[in-house]
Design a protein around this ligand. Sequence first.
Ligand SMILES: [Ca+2]
Ligand SMILES: [Ca+2]
Length: 625
Amino acid sequence: MKTTKRLLLLVFVQLGTFYYAFAQKPDIQRINPTNWWVGMKNPYLQILVYGKNIGTANVSLKPYLGVKLKKIQTVENPNYIFVDLDISKNAKPGNLQLIFNIGSESSTVNYEIRQRTAKPQAVTQADVVYLLMPDRFANGDESNDKYDDMNDTQADRKSPWLRHGGDLQGIIDHLDYFNELGVTALWLTPIIENNTHQTNEGGTLRSSYHGYHFTDHYQIDRRFGGNVGYKKLINEAHKKGIKIVQDAVYNHVGEDAWLVKDLPAKNWLHNWDKYTNTSYKDQPLIDVNGSKFDKKVTEEGWFTSFLPDLNQKEPLLANFLIQHALWTIEYFNIDAWRIDTYIYNDMEFMNRCNKAIIDEHPNMLLFGESAVNTVMSQAYFTKNNLNIPFKCNLPSSCDFQVQGAINAALKENFGWNEGVNRLYTTLAQDLVYQNPEKLVPFVENHDNDRYFSVIGEDFNKYKLGLIWLYTIRGFPQMYYGTEFLMKNFKNPTDAEVRKDFPGGFKGDVENKFLASGRNAQENEAFEFNKKLLNYRKNSDALTNGKFMQFVPFDGGIYVYFRYTDTQTVMVISNTKNTETVVPTANFSEIIKSAKSAKNIMTGETINDISNIKVPAMTALILELK
Ligand SMILES: [Ca+2]
Ligand SMILES: [Ca+2]
């Protein structure tokens, strides 16, 4: 009786999409990926099976049309076994039965292979992505703010370093806000489970509220709403025409990750005799005169002492990470893929991983975070035109060079290399990229001082920099709060640039989601972004056009064009402190026979464009007629 009850209980315990139908042993606790699909272009699947001494089991597959068991591998740790399958084109969806035998005991695992349904949408220059941190954006479900059975049991909005309770429902509740603003894609900082203890950083205990400390790749953190909540968000966002960018982390995991707690093998991590932090230096990776020692420190040094660095040269681990990426895109229907801490990964692994995604989803935009200081280095970690042995296959990168250039252009006085010449010079080096139009320029993100603060809270400069951001080549990224002048420096920590979105949390006195909650200047900023983004969306030149720029002149005048056969947009910037009349004769190769233009921000028509008056520290966006 007792045994029967237990059997029934086990039959109905569902974990992910596989379930067990066995008596007592062998004990299987996890299977990753939790399911797979038929009709993948790559028929190969490697399943990680975890359980007490499961490595000692004999494994067999109940005959299933189109599916073959190819190989079984064990590792140092007997609690793991890896099962390689070949799922051919003629396999139909259903449940595979994997049978594990230890001595006379056996367990059968039903492993689901589904029909593919994901239809990622291409993210292009026509899109604008809005980066937000779910914990800090809006709390749509107060019942999930904290759990007593998790390693970090706190949520407290009074502390900048603890969780604040924001979640995926909070984002769902504000989808119309994004439509109103005119952004077309959301990039959420990671939402995968971070069941980590608070870590002591600089003497204060901090939560991984930002999401970069993964503990279980196959679970969305339940404090954000779990797998169900993420699917719901993506479904609702897609219905409103909003695409979703996933933030992927391959370089490290949280120290409380289940894989780390019971490592498959020591070589899954980069081990050092003495703790070694990465130098954060990109130079050793690209330097033909560099040392192996420095390269190893950059690549294999840990990002922090509590983020174990993964050894992606280990083939089983590499498969684990690659398949998780494929699984995520397929399971949740992700549209684009942003890769965290790109340069600290093993580059051969990254190429393999990028290729695996692109093979399944040829139009998917993948872009990396390479927080480097030169165009050359940024190109090295992106598909480039450099004649070097290592060929990076990553389609795109966050454009840190444009970020630095726009911020500097607005802070510095004009000079040979200074002021707006920085932006001109940065863009003049686009020849190193295979696809500069796929880059992701930005003026601020979750790791930087707030843009409005950097430029001295100068509203004219604010608008000027955003005009550049939204009208140069690429897929622009804004950061939550850009649109209503959120400010701050990372002093004392980066939590200062990750403040709660006012109005996203119960009891908030201010509500910046609504015009009535924004002051006059904030509303002007919001309307400015809204107008420009909504124009941009429908402008052939800005979303498909080529880019042509002219050498800045006259102490700070910078002019460029975006153009197609049917539309030409001229952006004429004056970074000086005085109003200037700009003669346009030198631009005749692109202006051609156009005589008049429409100012797209004011709606007014300029009937004679031979000389254009541009107020101080501003840019005009003119559609030529
Ligand atoms: Ca919540
Ligand atoms: Ca690394």
